[in-house]
Design a protein around this ligand. Structure first.
Ligand SMILES: [Fe+2]
Length: 240
């Protein structure tokens, strides 16, 4: 698995193969303050080991939305490292450890590490993307040559189209897009590439063309949807 460096921060993609989910660990190279995005229960131990081995100080556990395909390890990571769980204020969770973040909110984590929380409803009503430097962690809003489905969890074609066109596609073309999933073994894209080549959302497509594609996907429900939504309501905390 590759690592993506800038002078000041490291972005480390991690993969969970059952749900094809990317978890991202981002840290300040000097202070080792760290953020993890979309951690998965199945790979909790791997992530704990890595954070410990690298001596990282985990400050934030961010969720791009309430996931329907896997259970988050946010609560376990919070318990282990004391980091704050952050998610959209539109996410309905029963988790006092979670801090709700607002659209456009910018949080300075260390001298060289800050993130901007960008609400991008559409895949779900609580979907968001995280911008760190030139890296956009796009969750299930914008995938490489695709996007998240819009047919459950208050999904909306209108909202997703608007979120991508008005918020994500107004970022610089060189912005690196790091998605929440990939099913073909690809790691990243750029905003410029997606504006030109995303078959659903490229600038040449009208909303009507986008909606027609989305309305005809005929996807099966995720295998774990019932247990995932139930577990993620508590940020992955085991219920006894
Ligand atoms: Fe999702």
């Amino acid at each position: 698995m590759q690592m993506i460096f800038s002078k000041k921060i490291t972005v480390r993609p991690l993969f969970e193969k059952e749900s094809s989910t990317y978890t991202y660990l981002i840290y300040d190279n000097e202070t080792l303050d760290a953020i993890i995005i979309d951690p998965v229960k199945e790979t909790l131990q791997r992530d704990v080991n890595l954070i410990t081995e690298l001596g990282l100080k985990l400050q934030w556990i961010l969720e791009t939305h309430i996931h329907a395909d896997h259970i988050t390890s946010a609560f376990d990571l919070h318990t282990k490292f004391g980091a704050t769980i952050g998610l959209s204020n539109h996410a309905i969770v029963d988790c006092v450890q979670a801090k709700c973040l607002n659209d456009g909110e910018e949080i300075q984590v260390s001298n060289d590490l800050a993130f901007k929380f960008i609400e991008t409803p559409g895949h779900t009503n609580c979907s968001a993307c995280i911008l760190i430097d030139n890296f956009l962690f796009s969750g299930d809003t914008l995938l490489i040559r695709g996007c998240g489905r819009t047919d459950f969890q208050q999904g909306s074609n209108e909202s997703l189209f608007k979120s991508v066109r008005e918020k994500l596609f107004t970022l610089g073309d060189e912005t690196i897009v790091l998605p929440g999933h990939n099913y073909k073994g690809e790691f990243f894209s750029t905003i410029g590439e997606e504006k030109s080549f995303n078959p659903r959302l490229k600038m040449d497509n009208s909303f009507e063309q986008f909606a027609e594609i989305m309305d005809n996907l005929k996807l099966a429900a995720p295998k774990k949807i019932d247990i995932a939504l139930a577990g993620n309501k508590y940020c992955g905390r085991e219920q006894v």
